[in-house]
Design a protein around this ligand. Structure first.
Ligand SMILES: NC(=O)c1ccc[n+]([C@@H]2O[C@H](COP(=O)([O-])OP(=O)(O)OC[C@H]3O[C@@H](n4cnc5c(N)ncnc54)[C@H](OP(=O)(O)O)[C@@H]3O)[C@@H](O)[C@H]2O)c1
Length: 289
């Protein structure tokens, strides 16, 4: 039986992962631990094969006052957890980073794109990645995941804003855009696969199909029992928002991991789609590190 420790007792992704793994309960033991109070430092990590580190400051508006917290939680706490895991014989550390390390609102991210974070969130994630990468040994593998927007029932962050919009709008524009995104179910399967394969590297999981914001709003409304009429007559709204505001670009712009045949498992380092055996990349050589 494999044992996995999830950091972040109430993290949306961590809880969804624990629930997902419940379907394989004979094969995996999944525990979670909160890092909010110092007591986690007394916890024995040695029974675990892998640590899934979901702890992080996300979904929070950045202000001058909370800026230092990003470094403390997203970088320093991650590194401290990984050091403890390594010292106590855990074999693999999965770090939930983010697409924000690229610092892009629009465009196509390819294996050659060098991360240039523009926010404290993105910077703290990238700094953590670099420090964690430096902790690797033959027996301590580090897998860095840079998911795009995660969506699914109860999801926090940008997806929640779409749910609110879907409940408010009387009609929806028919405005086409393309964004990488990943469903919570797909992300959980991806994390399981990463643990099963013992993969090490930097990975950008995404759904096989790109996400169109307006289509997603309509799908959410449908799930809420409302059919939203779509019309091009409303397209000036998203077009103007996209042109003049950052939030508009984030919501209605195009931002994707390069498609490579709309792959969902492409490895950011070698650009290959590791099918069957999981997202294994044997020769990590990360640009920007
Ligand atoms: N959701 C997305 O769309 C998305 C996309 C890309 C990357 N990510 C990354 O994935 C990770 C999980 O995301 P999520 O949506 O599940 O986030 P979440 O629900 O906000 O969970 C974050 C976790 O971080 C812990 N935490 C927050 N502040 C802390 C502090 N001061 N000290 C100790 N622990 C603290 C909390 O632990 P407790 O529950 O123990 O209090 C919480 O469970 C995050 O690192 C995020 O950056 C998320």
């Amino acid at each position: 039986m494999r044992s996995i420790l999830v950091t972040g007792a109430n993290s949306y992704i961590g809880r969804a992962f624990s629930q997902y793994m419940g379907a394989f309960s004979g094969e995996y033991m999944v525990h979670s631990v909160s890092l909010r109070h110092g007591s986690w430092r007394e916890k024995d990590f040695s029974p675990y094969d892998a640590v899934l580190h979901t702890v992080g400051l996300a979904h929070m508006r950045e202000t001058a006052g909370n800026r230092p917290l990003y470094g403390q939680i997203n970088r320093d706490l991650a590194v401290e957890t990984a050091r403890k895991a390594r010292a106590e014989g855990v074999g693999q550390f999965l770090f939930l980073s983010s697409m924000s390390v690229y610092g892009m609102d629009e465009g196509v991210i390819t294996p050659k794109t060098v991360p240039r974070p523009q926010s404290s969130y993105g910077r703290s994630k990238l700094e953590a990645e670099q420090l964690l990468w430096g902790l690797r040994t033959e027996t301590f593998r580090v897998a860095i995941l840079r998911p795009p927007m995660v969506y699914g029932e109860g999801c926090r962050g940008n997806y929640r804003a779409l749910v609110r919009l879907a409940g408010l709008l009387p009609a929806c524009p028919e405005y086409e855009n393309r964004r990488s995104a990943i469903s919570i179910e797909h992300l959980c399967a991806y994390m399981k696969e990463t643990i099963d394969s013992g993969a090490e590297g930097v990975f950008c999981p995404q759904d096989p199909e790109y996400f169109c914001t307006c289509r997603m709003i309509c799908r959410i409304a449908e799930a809420q029992g409302r059919r939203l009429p779509q019309t091009r007559l409303l397209n000036a709204g998203p077009a103007l928002l996209r042109r003049f505001t950052r939030a508009g670009r984030k919501a209605f712009g195009d931002l994707v991991y390069w498609d490579e045949g709309q792959c969902s498992d492409a490895c950011i380092q070698c650009g290959e789609v590791h099918r069957g055996g999981g997202p294994v990349c044997a020769a990590p050589d990360v640009e920007g590190f």
